[in-house]
Design a protein around this ligand. Structure first.
Ligand SMILES: [Fe+2]
Length: 201
């Protein structure tokens, strides 16, 4: 949710200090919500609720100070809830200048999030996307297989099925995640995924 002027804490630096404190005693439990700015809540509702089939579960009508535009603004904040209780959240601002100031730039350029689905849901969503005439791309990543589409605001969304041997794959990757990160950052850009098929856009 949007932080208000009274709770916002200015960032000290974009780069964290190298003071590793280890993993948290308890990890964050799940995605609570992912928030995204939209121009038209109704067009967004049609996409999520009518086309994809994820239901609208809350609409908060709010007024709060926003530091970017420097005044109180009216906005509508909607939530669409996934099976585990996590939600997709969307803001529409009452004033056009607030939308222009706060909209996500080039959301279609790579930034995206993925939702885990089962095979039947994957097929159903694929059929819904095709029936709605929306863009559709499928990529087999090896460790998972995904379809991608875009919301009316250009938000790229991915629905993915894990490989049947996902636990073994995850265990293999967990063993070398730090060494592989160091290797790549040091300039050795050889791939370690030989099972990937498809393009990245
Ligand atoms: Fe992805």
């Amino acid at each position: 949710m949007t932080q208000t002027a009274t709770t916002a804490t200015p960032a000290q630096s974009a780069t964290p200090a190298a003071t590793p404190a280890g993993a948290l005693p308890r990890l964050p439990q799940r995605l609570h919500h992912y928030a995204f700015t939209v121009k038209d809540q109704e067009a967004n509702r049609v996409f999520w609720e009518d086309v994809i089939g994820v239901p609208l579960t809350a609409t908060w009508c709010e007024r709060a100070y926003n530091g970017t535009v420097g005044r109180e603004i009216d906005y509508c904040h909607t939530f669409y809830t996934l099976e585990d209780g996590g939600a997709l959240a969307f803001f529409q601002f009452a004033d056009e200048d607030a939308y222009e100031a706060l909209k996500t730039l080039r959301p279609e350029m790579g930034q995206h999030f993925a939702m885990l689905v089962d095979e039947a849901t994957y097929d159903a969503i694929q059929q819904r996307i095709v029936a709605a005439g929306l863009p559709l791309r499928e990529t087999d990543h090896g460790y998972c297989k995904s379809i991608y589409t875009q919301s009316p605001d250009g938000l790229k969304v991915e629905f993915t099925i894990d490989h049947p041997e996902v636990e073994a794959i995850n265990a293999m990757r967990l063993k070398d995640c730090h060494t592989e990160l160091k290797r790549w950052l040091a300039g050795d850009h050889r791939t370690n995924n030989n099972d990937r098929h498809g393009i990245t856009t």
